[in-house]
Design a protein around this ligand. Structure first.
Ligand code: GAP
Length: 438
């Protein structure tokens, strides 16, 4: 984990938020390589979930929503964690924090930070939603929340999307967007943060067909992770027991990855039944139902949800791709990222800064720039330039050398096999496009 965090910072994948001010607890910024990787992950998800399907539509709902949404969704009453305070050092913990010795509220309980005994309060419920105010008056009537999940934006748009797109059930609504949770024990780098991004899809089905669709999405989502090249040995399902189920779910399953700090969830598949649509019907007074054109049955659809965190997926692909290898007596660090998500697809290097090599390399750079994210580097030995791109996860390196100046060919180095092939400059774009296909 330490090596990953250090690489992430050194190479500009992830920085601590407001670092010059000492950072802000569990909030992170994405740097030049990180933002490319993150966008590529989102793009790959969007392509497979929305663009390559006829039955799923996209939306982008606002982060700020009517406060009644969160009453209806159950988040005001149920989206809580039990918390204890230390009266001595004023620190706050989750009641189930493993570092607490004894039972909070009792004399023998010991604060994990200051070590005082008998200073921990009884657990109290703490709502994880961030609050703010809309408009100039900061009173209870103007209090709203930063959304803790994108899903509700899809539910409140259920009728709009269905009518505008003329979809028939079963169909889905997908969206990517920020969510906020005032997590009490955030941590493990970007694994649990207070501001994060979700890629969620709500699939509306006929009641009674929900179990079948749950099975479908269970298979489909795991296949997606395999296709991304994640090591299958480090992936598993974790079905939720009754005490783990969220307030809206009848059945839920996590897709877990074996992170350096243990098996943890990064995607959830939930059978939310008609809980959300029914509650919104009740709170808004608007009918959120579907009229089956064939049977003339009217019903409130059930929802099977797939919910994936962008930051967690980012950490999965980084952890899974990181490797150290011995090459010619030195250790190289490689991020073996799937080419479709690599922040830079091709590094372009003139072997030396003379004899026309920089000019030809620049021309190649300008041409390839029209097709993919490319990087030009003429600084330091060619070996060091290769290593820098290995660490960034760049799948190919194109080198312009002396021979290039006589026969218009370049060498193309493969990040993983380290094999080098001579390719004609005229064929280069085709050669790379074929190998970078998703
Ligand atoms: N709409 C359902 C929902 O939000 P969830 O299991 O609470 O379900 C879904 O969250 C996914 O969002 C998680 O699997 C995780 O990838 C991501 N996520 C949730 N809380 C997070 C946090 N505090 N930091 C980073 N990612 C988080």
């Amino acid at each position: 984990m330490e090596k990953l965090v250090s690489l992430a910072k050194r190479r500009g994948f992830v920085f601590q938020s407001s670092e010059i001010y000492g950072g802000l607890g569990s909030v992170w910024d994405y740097g030049p390589l990180g933002v490319e990787l993150k966008k590529n992950l989102i793009e790959r998800w969007w392509r497979s979930v929305v663009q390559e399907r006829e039955d799923i539509e996209g939306v982008e709902s606002a982060i700020l929503m009517h406060p009644k949404v969160w009453e209806a969704s159950g988040h005001v009453s149920s989206f809580t964690d039990p918390l204890v305070d230390c009266k001595q050092c004023k620190k706050r913990f989750r009641a189930d924090d493993e570092r607490i010795k004894g039972k909070p509220g009792e004399e023998s309980a010991q604060c994990p930070v200051c070590g005082s005994k008998g200073t921990l309060t009884e657990p109290r419920m703490f709502n994880l939603m961030f609050k703010t105010f809309i408009g100039p008056v900061e009173d209870a009537a103007s209090q709203i929340f930063l959304r803790p999940e994108t899903a509700q934006g899809s539910y409140v748009n259920f009728l709009n999307v269905m009518q505008a797109s003329r979809q028939k059930i079963p169909f889905g609504i997908a969206q990517v967007g920020k969510a906020f949770r005032n997590e009490i024990t955030p941590g493990n780098f970007i694994f649990r943060t207070r501001e994060f991004e979700q890629m969620e899809m709500q699939y509306f089905v006929k009641p009674g067909e929900d179990e079948e669709w749950f099975e479908y999405w269970h298979e489909e989502r795991m296949r997606w992770h395999y296709d991304l090249g994640i090591n299958p040995d480090k992936l598993r399902y974790h079905p939720h027991g009754p005490d783990e189920l969220a307030h809206y779910a009848k059945r839920a399953e996590d897709i877990q990855y074996q992170f350096p700090f243990g098996w943890q969830e990064y995607e959830g598949i939930h059978n939310r039944t008609d809980f959300d649509l029914s509650r919104h019907q009740e709170y808004s007074g608007k009918k959120l139902q579907y009229l089956d054109p064939a049977t003339k049955d009217r019903f409130t659809p059930y929802v099977v949800e797939t919910a994936l965190g962008v930051g967690r997926l980012f950490l999965v692909v980084m952890a899974d791709a990181y490797r150290e290898e011995e090459v010619e007596g030195t250790t190289r660090v490689v991020l073996g990222l799937h080419p479709s998500i690599a922040p830079v697809k091709v590094g372009i290097f003139p072997l030396v800064k003379k004899d026309g090599m920089p000019e030809l390399a620049r021309n190649i750079y300008k041409e390839l720039q029209k097709l993919f994210a490319v990087f030009y580097d003429d600084g330091g030995s060619i070996g060091r330039r290769y290593r820098r791109q290995d660490e960034a996860g760049t799948p190919f390196g194109v080198t312009v050398d002396g021979q290039s100046m006589t026969d218009n060919t370049v060498t193309v180095r493969d990040r993983d096999t380290l094999k080098q092939e001579r390719v004609s400059v005229d064929q280069l774009a085709t050669y790379l496009t074929e190998r970078l296909r998703p």
